[in-house]
Design a protein around this ligand. Structure first.
Ligand code: CP
Ligand code: NVA
Length: 311
C-alpha cells in the first residue's frame, strides 16, 4: 500500500475522514478480512504497539484492537481505568506524552469527549476514539463495512436509527453523510441527536444524502433498508435507566416495527443488547439481524484503520 493520507492522524470523530479516506479504509478492511479468512498472514505492523486506555468497560473494542494488532504482527497493551487513573492519578497531558514515547498509537475510551481532545493535543502518536460520550467512530466503520457487504454499496441506501440520539447516532449520521446514505434518527422528544452534529452531517452530505432527526416512528422507518438501534441508557447514564425505559418503550425494535421497513431490511445493533428493551429477542435472533457479523467487522474495519494510520 502506498503512503496513506491518514498516516499519523487522529480519529476522534468519523468526520475527521473525508469520503475518499473512509472508502479507502473500508476497501483495506475488506481486503484484510479476505486474507484473514484465507489464513494469509499480513504482518503490516510488525513491532508496533498499541495502548488501550479505557475509562469504561468493553468486550468488542478491547478484543478487536488486541486481536487486530496481533494479526498485523504488532501487539496491544490494555491499561485498565484503575491502573491509569486518567486525569486523577495523573494528568491526561502527562499520560499522553508518556504513552507516545513507548507506543505507536493510542485507543482511548472516555466518559468526556474533551479528554480525547486533550489527549490528542499532547500525544505525538495517533489517538483513536474507542468511544466517548459524543461519538463511536470505530463502531460506525464496522457498521458501514457490514452494510457494504450486505448490499454491495452504501450510497443510495436508507438507514432508520431508532432510539437515543447518542454517541452511536452521531457517528452514524456523520458516516452516512460521508457515504451518501440517507439516515433518519427517530427518538423520543428530548433525546434528539446534538443539533450541531445534525447540521455538520447535512453540510458533509452536500445534498447527496438526506439527514433527518424526527420523532414519528412510522414515517421514519418507512422505506428503510437498514434498521439500527442501541441501548437506551449508555455507559455513564445507569442512574437514568429506569426513567429512560418508560420514555423509550414505544421505540422498541420489534417485529411490528421491522415490518414497516423494506421487506428483508437489515437489522443492526452495536451490542451489548438489552433484549426486551430496545430490541426483542425475536428480531435480534432473526435472519435479518447481522449483529454478530457486525461485531466481527470491528476487527476487520479497525485493522483497515490501523494500517492507514500507521502503515
Ligand atoms: N460495541 C462496542 O463498542 O462494544 P464494547 O462496549 O463491548 O466495546
Ligand atoms: N451508546 C452505547 C454504546 C455502547 C457500545 C454506550 O455509550 O454505552
Amino acid at each position: 500500500m502506498e503512503k496513506s493520507s491518514l498516516k499519523g492522524r487522529d480519529l476522534l470523530s468519523i468526520a475527521d475522514l473525508n469520503a475518499a479516506e473512509l472508502a479507502a479504509i473500508l476497501a483495506t478492511a475488506a481486503q484484510l478480512k479476505a486474507e484473514t479468512q484465507q489464513r494469509k498472514p499480513h504482518h503490516l505492523l510488525e513491532g508496533q504497539t498499541l495502548a488501550l486506555v479505557f475509562e469504561k468497560p468493553s468486550l468488542r473494542t478491547r478484543l478487536s484492537f488486541d486481536v487486530g494488532m496481533f494479526q498485523l504482527g504488532g501487539r496491544a497493551m490494555y491499561l485498565a481505568p484503575q491502573e491509569v487513573g486518567l486525569g486523577k492519578r495523573e494528568t491526561i497531558s502527562d499520560v499522553a506524552r508518556v504513552i507516545s514515547r513507548m507506543c505507536e498509537v493510542i485507543v482511548a475510551r472516555v466518559f468526556n469527549h474533551e479528554s480525547l481532545v486533550e489527549m490528542a493535543k499532547y500525544s505525538s502518536v495517533p489517538v483513536v476514539n474507542g468511544l466517548s460520550d459524543f461519538e463511536h467512530p470505530c463502531q460506525a466503520l464496522a457498521d458501514l463495512l457490514t452494510i457494504q457487504e450486505k448490499f454491495g454499496h452504501i450510497a443510495g441506501l436508507k438507514m432508520a436509527y431508532i432510539g437515543d440520539g447518542n454517541n452511536m447516532a452521531h457517528s452514524l449520521m456523520l458516516g452516512a453523510a460521508l457515504s451518501g446514505m440517507d439516515i433518519t434518527v427517530i427518538s423520543p422528544p428530548g433525546y434528539e441527536p446534538n443539533e450541531e452534529v445534525v447540521s455538520q452531517a447535512r453540510k458533509l452530505a452536500g445534498g447527496k444524502a438526506a439527514i433527518k432527526a424526527v420523532h414519528n416512528l412510522e414515517s421514519g422507518v418507512e422505506g428503510a433498508d437498514i434498521i439500527y438501534t442501541d441501548v437506551w441508557a449508555s455507559m455513564g447514564q445507569e442512574e437514568e435507566a429506569a426513567e429512560r425505559r418508560q420514555i423509550f418503550k414505544p421505540y422498541q425494535v420489534n417485529e411490528r416495527l421491522v415490518g414497516l421497513a423494506k421487506p428483508g431490511a437489515l437489522v443492526l445493533h452495536c451490542l451489548p443488547a438489552h433484549r426486551g428493551d430496545e430490541i426483542t429477542e425475536e428480531v435480534l435472533e432473526s435472519p435479518q439481524s447481522w449483529v454478530f457479523q457486525q461485531a466481527e467487522n470491528r476487527l476487520h474495519a479497525q485493522k483497515g484503520l490501523l494500517v492507514h494510520l500507521l502503515g
